[in-house]
Write a protein that binds this ligand. Sequence first.
Ligand code: HPA
Length: 274
Amino acid sequence: MAEDYFARVEEARSFLAQTLPYVPEILLVLGTGLSGLGRSLKSELVIPYREIPHFPVSTVESHAGELLIGELAGRRVAAFRGRFHYYEGYSTRELTLPLRVMSLLGARILIVSNAAGGLNLEFCPGDLMLIRDHINLIPDNPLRGPNREEWGPRFPDLSRAYSSRLRELFREAARELGEEIREGVYVAVPGPSLETPAETRFLRLIGADAVGMSTVPEVIVAVHAGMEVLGVSVIANVNDPDHFQPILLEEVIAQAQAAEARLTRLITRFISKI
Ligand code: HPA
């Protein structure tokens, strides 16, 4: 099984090595409602996932499926428009295959975005939160099974998974643009059902500021591969366990889309500083 996975990664890598005009230095993963961020890319190439050997196919409507290659703020960037989730039925090893491939091609920096539910009651819908740290509650780990030493260590250290250098540069970009930025801990849950009030109370108690169903598997693989990581959550809704309101996907998508222009400006300014 693992050998099979290694072979699939190698085939996808070799296809892209022949197809891409250059090695992208920065990889962007565009989350729910943020795929429009890709429009700011001076795009050289758009490759649908289905044309890339062994890339998974997205099963959710709110996630398109294509790889964009282009320039942003003068830097060579690749962007995944559309990502995969554990709740779709993929193992976290499978859903991180595209990211593993890009790391092997030479991408050094990962910028990952998502729409998340706020647990910190100081947050408001529409806030942007830099991820300082994470908690993995998805009952899987993308590095489970045989380890490939050339890809990274058996027991990767996650004490500094989210680069403080990149967070500082992002905050600098935010100051320059007059944007307020939150910072906090992101917890990944398996989904697809949303949290109950009791689960929300639990997630707050264990120290999380925002909850979502993605990002953590990708960050684990990126750190394993030696990439520097920046994560940003758009706080789409805020879940107060004592006044719990239904969480509606349409509202989550609407809030993420409303934040898209701000996040695009911030990320563009941030990239110009890296
Ligand atoms: N919970 C889990 N995932 C989410 C939420 C939420 O409240 N909002 C957006 N993604």
